[in-house]
Design a protein around this ligand. Structure first.
Ligand SMILES: [Ca+2]
Ligand SMILES: [Ca+2]
Length: 449
């Protein structure tokens, strides 16, 4: 039998290679599986459904339709409770499979380990979601061990798995698939949680959409490769929480795919020990807001449209380059589009004149991509700076710097007043043919920032 991992794309790193063996055997609706397994199950492979809408002890047979699930059995959470029932696991527990096709059951592990064996390698050991609606499972306060997890397996439906909300979880997973044919989300929430998976697959089929999100300061490690947007949409979101990929990173593989890396806040770094491949044929979007870093240990190969947005919203200056590549940046067709975005709500962030923002560093750049910077204004201009190993942006004084000394001050006001009433002058900021009070007002606005 093909291992679960064989259902995944043996990913090709470049666009002209055909998409290799991807999933062709669809997992049927979970309910159908449960019924089928129930019909043909032996005493050693039972399917048993949680039936207590109020919650209770996992070990209590009266809470199950077919007895307490054991190491050969499938535990199914398929009832829709009226509240948020808690299923309490009070001792080491081993089952074969775990299916959740309803919303809001919470497994409270009480410091114990839940081992899900997944004896059939063709089926995910833990499966969240069916083909209808969004199905949610919370796991907290203990350890989860499983060879495979699938969240959002079926088109038309979705699943969400929360690990660690209100109690840390240590999860050790062989292969994690989020957004197979449906929509899926996997959140690692508690600062004390850790999540380790062999391979990470996000957005497998064209109908699939998968989000992997880590929030806090947990320890998240992908010991193999991470595939973000295979034929569907895949997203990695970090918020003040580093994610470490020990293998390679692939984003935006299929022609309709999208791979998004959304890194937020210093500490929300994405560290890739291997190489990174942006496309594929799909779209790659990287957005880094307020100080995180994307660190690539090998080469960065860009084979289709990839945008890298360095967003500065809250005065945070990245101390290190936003994107650093230890190897080469291989982008022969110029797909990589780094952009600097200065934005914010109130007050609007205006970086000090003289600031330098390091956007990309590479050990051996083959060619720097063209950097898109904000439009020149009276107050600021953003000038790309290239060195042999660094592509950066320097903030300089804008058009209001009338004497060209890279400061906007009294000396520039003197120049403006000296040109008062003239028809042609750089001090005619609004271009109406006269240096007058309107231009003075614009100058004073620029002076304030
Ligand atoms: Ca000046
Ligand atoms: Ca004017």
């Amino acid at each position: 039998m093909a291992p679960f991992a064989a259902r995944r794309t043996a990913h090709r790193p470049l666009a002209h290679r055909p998409l290799a063996h991807r999933l062709v055997v669809h997992v049927g609706p979970a309910a159908a599986i449960a019924i089928a397994l129930a019909m043909f199950s032996s005493a050693h492979a039972d399917v048993t459904n949680w039936i207590d809408t109020a919650g209770g002890a996992f070990s209590d047979p009266s809470n199950w339709s077919n007895g307490v699930p054991g190491s050969g059995d499938t535990a199914v959470f398929a009832i829709t409770p009226t509240s948020f029932p808690q299923v309490i696991i009070a001792g080491p527990t081993t089952i074969d499979r775990l299916l959740a096709t309803a919303s809001h059951p919470t497994l409270v592990l009480s410091g114990q380990t839940l081992s899900v064996l997944g004896a059939s390698p063709e089926l995910p050991a833990v499966e969240i979601g069916d083909d209808v609606g969004n199905n949610t499972l919370f796991i907290r306060q203990g350890a989860l061990v499983a060879p495979s997890v699938s969240v959002g397996p079926l088109a038309g439906g979705g699943g969400t798995l929360y690990l660690g909300q209100l109690g840390a979880v240590t999860a050790t997973i062989g292969s994690t698939l989020v957004g197979d044919q449906g929509s899926g989300s996997l959140f690692v929430l508690s600062p004390a949680s850790s999540f380790t998976t062999g391979e990470l697959w996000l957005g497998l089929a064209t109908s699939g959409s998968g989000v992997f999100s880590s929030v806090g300061n947990s320890n998240t490690v992908v010991t193999g490769d991470a595939h973000v947007g295979i034929d569907g949409i895949g997203r990695i979101w970090t918020t003040n929480h580093d994610v470490h990929i020990e293998g390679d990173l692939y984003t935006g593989a299929g022609p309709a795919s999208e791979g998004e890396l959304r890194l937020q806040q210093d500490g929300g770094d994405l560290v890739v020990d291997g190489s990174a491949f942006f496309g594929g044929e799909g779209l790659t979007t990287v957005s880094m807001t307020d100080g995180p870093h994307l660190v690539i240990g090998g080469d960065l190969t860009v084979a289709s449209t990839a945008t890298v947005d360095l967003k500065l919203w809250n005065h945070t200056v990245p101390a290190e380059p936003a994107l650093s590549v230890a190897g080469s940046i291989v982008d022969p067709e110029g797909h990589l589009q780094p952009r600097l975005k200065i934005s914010g709500s109130t007050p609007v962030f205006t970086p000090p004149i003289g600031s330098v923002y390091a956007v990309i560093a590479s050990g051996t750049p083959t060619k720097w991509p063209e950097l898109q910077v904000p439009a020149i204004s009276l107050a600021r201009r953003y000038v790309p700076v290239e060195t042999p190993t660094l592509l950066a942006v320097e903030v300089q004084a804008g058009l209001a710097d009338l004497n060209g000394d890279n400061a906007i001050d009294q000396a520039d006001l003197d120049v403006l007043l000296g040109a008062w009433g003239r028809g042609s002058s750089p001090a005619d900021f609004n271009g109406d043919g006269t240096v007058d009070g309107a231009d003075l007002g614009m100058f004073l606005s620029a002076l304030g920032v």
